[in-house]
Design a protein around this ligand. Sequence first.
Ligand SMILES: [Zn+2]
Length: 257
Amino acid sequence: MKLIFLASLLAFGSYLGYTIVEDPGSQLFGKTVTAGPSDAREIALTFDDGPNPPYTDRILDVLRAERVQATFFVVGRAAVAYPATLRRIVREGHSIGNHTWDHSHLLVQSQATVGDELKRTDDAIYRITGIRTWLMRPPFGARDFAVLDEAKALGYTVVMWSVPLPNDWDQPGDATIARRVIDNVHDGSIIVLHDGNRGIVCDPRRTAPDLCDRAQDVAATREIIEHLKAQGYRFVTVPHLLADSVDATRTLAHSSQ
Ligand SMILES: [Zn+2]
């Protein structure tokens, strides 16, 4: 059924397919979060695809120096490879979200596999940090009914974004990344940067060095924070940003985590 649906979707053409399944704002398949309230000068920085030392740690250094809290959507296989960095994220007051076990494109997976991707990652995060997250972001932003059904059944709020992706993975220069973000921020914005590359565990002796190089994201993070602070924005975690808009029970149930 899922394959038939996917095939017919692709038959529309790849652009329309993208519009429906990866457009962060589309609510066709179910409700996702794309932004926080538009009446407060609060925004959320999110980092996908790590942990990925030393770049995740360098981003954490910037956040600490700027006294800013962010949200890290981590890939399970990278969390297991770098538990100390994952623990540091939590220890320094940031939030964690589930970005699946191996950054799989969930549209080609069965619903059971989607569940396994999320549960395996959740178990790893819990084993390493003692917390459970209720946030998830699908790799590539790709979701359909089955993905959202499964995420919801497991208790997740699916978090997309409102600022267009700055294509930081192409390494266009930190000033360009920062400018693409800054020019598109509004009250309640959710920003996506990348501290890793699809959860790939980079061994400097064996992997092409630029595959996991996120130095531009480190520099862009600092520039984005400095510019937007000067415009009066406050940086908060996704749970903080959503505190007034998700249902109170869920907020309470997770407030101690
Ligand atoms: Zn990702």
